[in-house]
Write a protein that binds this ligand. Structure first.
Ligand code: RP5
Length: 163
């Protein structure tokens, strides 16, 4: 088994400009990740095989991004009991089609669905890191430090406004 990592999958390389945000966020937290283009519809067998393999090698959670009829997160969730986070991509209909396809999972096969697009990609990475941090005290501390830095930045901005 390799070092614990987060597996990031996307349905198309056209999703990469959005999903770079998730990769960069995990890197900034010093969290290992693998990045893969794999489609629920175009490469269903490869998607299944990758999920089984990544699960066995130590994937802690899966982040899955797809647009349109966004079934990737659901297809991944069907093949693992590790947490699956879905990022709806705005490829059509303002991403609402992808949001509904990702979030409306049948009972027993959950997908933790985040916001559409870049904001969702960023929070997917934080959520995955928080899941990993349950068993990693150093990572938990890095997340707490970053929260504190964010708090300090807002307080400083407000203080500047009051001057
Ligand atoms: C989905 O269809 C992908 O996740 C992408 O968001 C969308 C369009 O894919 P391409 O036609 O750009 O490859 O499967």
């Amino acid at each position: 088994m390799s070092k614990p990592f987060i597996a990031i999958l996307m349905g198309s390389d056209s999703d990469l400009p959005i999903m770079k945000t998730a990769v960069e966020t995990l890197k900034s937290l010093n969290v290992e990740c693998e990045v893969k283009v794999s489609s629920a519809h175009r490469t269903p067998v490869q998607t299944h095989d990758y999920v089984k393999d990544a699960d066995a090698r130590g994937a802690v959670a899966f982040i899955c991004a797809a647009g349109m009829a966004a079934h990737l997160a659901g297809a991944v969730a069907a093949n693992t009991t590790k947490p699956v986070i879905g990022v709806p991509i705005n490829s059509s209909l303002d991403g609402l089609d992808a949001l509904l396809s990702t979030v409306q999972m049948p009972g027993g096969i959950p997908v933790a669905t985040v916001a559409i697009g870049k904001a969702g990609a960023k929070n997917a990475a934080y959520l995955a890191a928080q899941i990993m941090a349950v068993g990693d005290a150093d990572l938990a501390q890095r997340l707490k430090d970053e929260r504190q830095a964010n708090t300090d930045a807002v307080i400083a901005k407000d203080a500047a406004l009051q001057e």
